[in-house]
Ligand binder design. Structure first.
Ligand code: F0G
Length: 496
């Protein structure tokens, strides 16, 4: 029997219970060893703020963020050597232009010197947001930027420019048990109501794909299409916050009817065909450690409505970041991004990546820990209110902050609170906390970094803490309760 016909008779690779990872380790870093007492001592000394805890002391998984912590491929490391550090028009710039046109569509990166500039490279996402919102804020007073969920720095950039960042979460988001697949969608009813009342105050509408603030949940193509139709009817442009665009496209392929047989790139093209521009942090689905940008559709509603904007943004970019052909990035960063963008739309990569995150969440759920389900693309979100539901933990005890501190000290895993403390604020006049809609602890999974065993050790640790939940005390804020973006700066103590 010929080998070719023999393999045809065996069970197919895809049908086996376990599949290999679609990559192999290129180089690894051995961790240092620290005891729980040493970690607890360090955490106490930084006021229980996990952002200030030295990453070298993390003996478990560092799930603080999925941003900028991707393990790069060997092709990316090789590409760094091809970085061209010329001040103007480095080699990578032209390659990046081709890659961006190929990934998102030609309309988002016009040929240099032809027409108005429409592609602006920045060193990370928030620098691109700063450029856009600084200019939009000048268009009027008390303007409103609605979104399906603004990320914290996005909201802060909007508010810093005297505009209101409004979140229109979908109704299904709060139902942790419902298996609706696109809980990241914008709430269309609320959008219509807002537009009817205040369309003259809205310079732009945003869709965050996937929706990080709303549990990392994806947005459906139908929702993108409808939001575009509704806002365009009012002559209001639509932008993406596109950090996790490829992961969002994978969900559309997997769960939305009509997309099963389309490839990821064509789904991405359709998604971007509805928007007039986007901001992006390439530290997520660019698979790089640094990079971001702002891109405007060449013939889109945004540039037609605000014809001066490209020139003004260009001026902002040159003053703040650098020449438009490198825009705050070194030539080698640009090369790593060129390669990263070519990997991220590969389906075998995305399938492995998202299934790893989902299995992590399902295992947590299997241990009785309340996680938002279905699990999103980049992180597992534990519902803090449910976790402490039968304990004496009160909202102003910031249970999520307490949970992260105990997890890090006892078991060496770092997660972060994205809930009452991070998204809430203290109202000085009423002398009380104003609580947001969502209260999560997020376990963000860096791309290509951890193996199943690592994540299973986090599940085991969370199970132990869940059993111990009645004995986890709340925290007192000892510094920074009134500060903007307070979670990055505050200090805490346990209450007892
Ligand atoms: N938009 C979204 C949806 C984000 O998740 C982030 C960053 C940004 C914008 C800002 O990008 O960091 O490059 O300036 N999110 C990271 C996180 C920090 O941990 O979720 P940046």
């Amino acid at each position: 029997m010929k080998l070719k016909s023999l393999v045809k008779h065996l069970p197919a690779e895809g049908e086996l219970a376990k599949k290999p990872r679609p990559y192999l380790n290129h180089s690894v870093e051995l961790k240092k060893v620290f005891t729980p007492e040493e970690r607890a001592g360090m955490l106490d000394s930084v006021g229980l703020n996990v952002f200030f805890f030295p990453s070298e002391m993390i003996t478990g998984c560092d799930l603080l963020s999925d941003s900028g912590v991707t393990t790069m491929t060997s092709e990316q490391w090789a590409a760094l050597h091809l970085g061209d550090e010329a001040y103007g028009s480095n080699r990578g710039y032209f390659m990046l232009r081709d890659r961006i046109c190929d990934t998102f569509g030609d309309v988002f990166f016009s040929e240099p010197g032809v027409g108005e500039p429409n592609a602006f490279i920045f060193h990370q996402g928030r620098a691109a947001e700063d450029a856009l919102f600084t200019q939009l804020g000048k268009l009027g007073s008390r303007l409103i930027i609605p979104s399906n969920g603004h990320f914290d720095t996005t909201g802060a950039n909007i508010e810093a420019n005297k505009m209101q960042a409004v979140n229109l979460f979908s109704a299904e988001l709060h139902d942790t048990e419902s298996d609706v697949n696109f809980k990241g969608n914008m709430n269309l009813q609320k959008l219509k109501e807002l537009l009817e009342k205040s369309s003259d105050k809205i310079p732009l509408t945003y869709l965050t794909i996937t929706n990080n603030t709303a549990g990392g949940q994806p947005v459906s193509m139908a929702n993108i299409r409808e939001v575009a139709q509704i806002t365009h009817r009012y002559d209001i442009p639509l932008f993406f916050d596109a950090c996790r665009f490829a992961e969002n496209a994978w969900f559309i392929k997997q769960f939305e009817s009509g997309y099963k047989d389309k490839n990821i790139k064509s789904i991405v093209h359709e998604m971007f065909s509805y928007v007039d521009g986007f901001t992006i942090s390439y530290k997520k689905d660019g698979l790089v450690n640094m990079g971001g940008g702002l891109f405007l559709r060449a013939d889109g509603m945004f540039v037609k409505k605000y014809p001066d904007m490209p020139g003004v943004i260009l001026g902002h970019q040159i003053i703040k970041e650098g020449h438009p052909t490198y825009g705050g990035l070194s030539g080698r960063d640009i090369m790593a991004l060129v390669v990263g963008l070519s990997v991220v739309t590969r389906e075998e990569y995305l399938t492995f990546r998202i299934n790893q995150v989902r299995e992590f969440g399902e295992e947590m759920h299997g241990q009785g820990i309340p996680v938002l389900r279905p699990v999103g693309g980049h992180a597992v979100y534990v519902d803090v209110n449910q976790f402490f539901g039968d304990t004496s933990m009160k909202p102003e005890d910031f249970g999520g902050v307490a949970l992260c501190a105990v997890l890090l000290a006892a078991y060496g895993h770092r997660a972060c609170e994205l809930g009452y403390f991070s998204f809430g604020y203290y109202d000085e006049r009423k002398r009380q906390e104003v609580l947001p809609d969502v209260n999560f602890v997020r376990f963000a999974v860096p791309r290509l970094r951890y193996e199943k065993q690592d994540l299973q050790s986090v599940v085991a640790a969370m199970r132990a803490l869940h059993e111990y939940r009645h004995d986890i005390p709340g925290v007192e804020v000892t510094y920074g309760r009134n500060l903007p973006l307070r979670h990055f700066k505050a200090r805490f103590e346990f209450k007892k």
